[in-house]
Design a protein around this ligand. Structure first.
Ligand code: IMP
Length: 192
């Protein structure tokens, strides 16, 4: 079989930009199933309106949504964070707003990762102002040691250490989102 430089195998001869697999495909799938069951129990008898934050949340949202046993609807929002380089500033620009109103709905914001918390804090505030019936957040990954602002996150996939990770929706310069696992990128790839 053809050798693939992005395989989960770490012995694959060719150069691998991923230093280490942090969360395997199997653990991601199991955790999404668990969270889906928990969310279904918490919202029993209600319809969930899932709001995915483009583009990073798409993979986690697809897994989470299919693990729900309650009815769910989807909307998406695209944002961009103002700030120098990879530093989040907490000032968020809406590149694509929601298609539908959320007043009176049970809204679950779905995000790939919470790092400083600035983006999620801003998102929570601005969606809360639209008067949903309830508002909660699900993230695939949480780098809690980097938090700058306390923001409630009701559903967390995995708490991870402070490292730059890619895969399962997360990118570096637009690449690596489609890796089926979460990996730590080699610092030399991003000049770190
Ligand atoms: P926060 O405002 O600092 O919490 O930033 C959250 C956003 O930063 C996420 O939605 C990601 O787009 C990005 N981000 C933070 N850490 C990583 C990482 O390790 N890999 C890829 N993107 C990241």
């Amino acid at each position: 079989m053809r050798d693939h430089s992005l395989s989960e195998r770490e012995d694959s001869g060719s150069y691998n930009p991923i230093a280490r697999v942090l969360v395997s495909r199997r653990r991601l799938a199991a955790r999404a199933a668990q969270l889906g069951a928990q969310i279904s129990a918490d919202y029993a008898g209600q319809e969930l309106h899932m709001v995915g934050i483009l583009k990073g949340a798409t993979i986690f949202m697809a897994d989470l949504a299919r693990a729900l046993s309650i009815p769910a609807t989807f909307d998406f929002m695209a944002i961009s964070s103002y700030g120098a380089g990879s530093q989040s500033s907490g000032v968020v620009r809406f590149l694509k707003d929601l298609d539908e109103g959320i007043e009176g709905r049970h809204v679950l914001i779905v995000e790939d990762i919470v790092d400083t918390g600035l983006t999620l804090h801003y998102l929570r505030e601005s969606l809360a102002a639209r008067r949903p019936a309830s508002l909660a957040v699900a993230v695939a990954l949480d780098k809690s040691s980097r938090r700058q602002v306390a923001v409630p996150v009701e559903y967390v996939g995995f708490r991870i250490p402070d490292a730059f990770v890619v895969g399962y929706g997360l990118d570096y310069a637009g690449s690596f989102r489609n890796l089926p696992y979460v990996g730590i990128l080699r610092p030399e790839v991003y000049g770190g």
